[in-house]
Design a protein around this ligand. Structure first.
Ligand code: P6P
Length: 339
């Protein structure tokens, strides 16, 4: 009977957020409406990504399709879908997209109180070889929705109200936190609904995996080099860690959230600020990692305390199991977390 109950006790993402919403009555459903538009965008992108391979196979991608229209690149298409969905939700006043150089100020008639920063299709260079890719987003509140300025979005990550990602892989998985822990939902294509499959995700305190692009080792600084050495040649007699690097942040972070370990994109001589973008890659993933009991560090400070000066700023980042981050902090000489 219990199994039957579980099967019929469908917790969809909308119901879940409504339950969460009831803890913030002041938002009067605005957040639920905003989220449902983000979820709609993800469902569309999931469908487009799954067809992309086929489109390429039958010669549509990059050429004209049967209607003679130029087949849009998936990341451009994904960006358009999210920008339109967020503006038409009537719950946003300012958007920042990885695909758009300038911040997008929403027309006054459609102003809402939220600000959304997002990478519509992170890792899209991996599409052609079938590697999992994803959408990453973070949500801030504007001080005054009718007079939003860039300052509203150049806020530290610790001001984020919510963050999440949607991974387009063997299944479509939506992971989100609204400040009360992290929950994962899997798209049931037959229902067109995201169903709760990973309740209350907690990142293991320690992990046996490290995830970094070893091809950059020549340019790493000493603390990063020492950390990676300790993964490969542990001095405490423990067994070496395994290296897993997919090169698609959403996939590497999803594995780190579930299995533990360390994901890092450190600074190096060529890129002193690393590669990953602060607003829509570092902040959302750092928010999730902390909500799941892990940590996120830039090499100098807690990642969420960073204050961006430009909407496309980059930062080095170390994300993962609590103890792994404590170790890298020691190596960078930062004070250990008082947690
Ligand atoms: P590299 C993808 O292009 C991306 O932005 C992230 O998804 C990924 O973690 C990183 O870059 C990979 O960068 O330099 O290791 O190829």
């Amino acid at each position: 009977h219990a199994a039957d109950t579980n099967r019929t006790d469908l917790m969809t993402i909308t119901r879940f957020v409504l339950n969460e919403q009831s803890k913030h009555s002041e938002s009067r459903g605005d957040f639920t409406i905003l989220l449902s538009n983000i979820v709609l965008g993800c469902k569309f992108v999931c469908s487009a990504v799954n067809k992309a391979g086929l489109a390429k196979l039958i010669g549509l991608a990059g050429e004209t399709n049967v209607q003679g229209e130029e087949q849009k690149k998936l990341d451009v298409l994904s960006n358009e879908v999210f920008v339109k969905a967020l503006i038409s939700s009537g719950r946003t006043c300012l958007l920042v997209s990885e695909e758009v150089e300038e911040a997008i100020f929403v027309p006054p008639s459609q102003h809402g109180k939220y600000i959304v920063v997002f990478d519509p299709l992170d890792g899209s260079s991996n599409i052609d070889c079938g590697v999992s890719i994803g959408t990453i987003f973070g949500i801030y509140m504007a001080k005054d929705k009718d007079n939003a300025t860039l300052d509203d979005v150049l806020q530290p990550g610790n001001k984020m109200l919510a963050a999440g990602y949607c991974m387009y892989g063997s299944s479509c998985t939506f992971v989100i936190s609204t400040g009360n822990g992290v929950n994962g939902f899997t798209l049931d294509p037959s229902l067109g609904e995201f169903i709760l499959t990973h309740p209350n995700i907690k990142v293991p305190t320690k992990g046996k995996i490290y995830s970094v692009n070893e091809g950059n080792a020549k340019n790493w600084d000493e603390p990063t080099t020492k950390y990676v050495e300790s993964c490969k040649f542990p001095e405490d007699g423990s067994s070496p860690k395994s290296l897993r690097y997919i090169g698609s942040m959403v996939a590497d972070i999803h594995r780190t959230l579930l299995y533990g370990g360390m994901f890092m994109y450190p600074a190096d001589l060529k890129s002193p600020n690393g590669k990953l973008r602060v607003l829509y890659e570092v902040f959302p993933m750092s928010y999730l990692m902390e909500q799941a009991g892990g940590q996120a560090f830039t090499g100098k400070e807690r990642a969420l305390d960073l204050v961006p000066s430009d909407i496309h700023d980059r930062s080095p980042v170390f994300l993962g199991s609590y103890d792994e981050i404590e170790h890298i902090k020691e190596l960078y000489g930062a004070c250990k977390s008082d947690g």
